[in-house]
Design a protein around this ligand. Structure first.
Ligand SMILES: N[C@@H](CCC(=O)N[C@@H](CS)C(=O)NCC(=O)O)C(=O)O
Length: 200
């Protein structure tokens, strides 16, 4: 299989972390993707031009990261990172939606700086996105998941925190000690987290 992503993409990291945890990385070749390059094959693989995209062994293109994680769970035999039990599955998927939403807003803050000239930066809009990040982090800190559960929700949560550590949209370590504790425990229980830290 081929995974097209940049090594720094937090959504790409979800997939790398999940595949590493599930022992599937040996079946996956990583290819760098560049979302802003119109000639990059990414736009053919996924009309939205977003990474990650996983090309399956039979050539099917799978996106986005949530669908890829479900696919990896299936390839690993099921009930590994997507619980078979409905209540646990619903909780894991909702947690994933929250963490993905934090990453979406955090990425838009970065894109404002990257894609728009400084004189066009619009603070109310940046604050609007930051509000999503801060409320999301507060919700995670209020009810941290079990640190030894490795599922689509905790994988996305760890990747969101890792991304904010790098891009520093929020000083979450200062404001949410419960999340610091959670990430430390998750890292200790899940070596795939440290194994997928982007080399930046
Ligand atoms: N919902 C998507 C989000 C993916 C995403 O936003 N990826 C970013 C890189 S981290 C991207 O490709 N951005 C380029 C763009 O938005 O055009 C997923 O879960 O995979």
């Amino acid at each position: 299989m081929i995974l097209r992503t940049s090594i720094t993409s937090p959504f790409g990291r979800k997939v790398r972390l999940a595949a590493t945890h599930l022992g599937l990385m040996g079946r996956i070749m990583l290819e760098h993707a560049e979302a802003t390059d119109p000639n990059d094959i990414l736009r053919k693989d996924n009309p939205l031009g977003k990474m990650p995209v996983l090309t399956l062994e039979d050539g099917r293109k799978v996106y986005d990261s949530r669908v890829i994680l479900e696919c990896l769970d299936h390839l690993a035999g099921g009930d590994r990172i997507l619980p078979a039990d409905w209540d646990q599955r619903l909780a894991a998927m909702t947690l994933q939606a929250l963490a993905d939403g934090i990453m979406d807003a955090a990425i838009l803050i970065v894109y404002e700086g990257r894609h728009r000239p400084a004189e066009l930066h619009h603070k109310p809009w940046l604050d609007y996105q930051l509000g999503k990040v801060e409320r999301g982090l507060a919700a995670l800190a209020a009810h941290p998941p079990h640190p030894e559960q490795v599922n689509v929700g905790t994988i996305a949560t760890a990747c969101a925190l890792g991304y904010i550590d790098w891009r520093k949209q929020s000083d979450w370590r200062k404001h949410h000690p419960a999340l610091v504790q959670w990430l430390n425990a998750f890292r200790a229980a899940t070596p795939a987290f440290d194994a997928t830290i982007p080399p930046v």
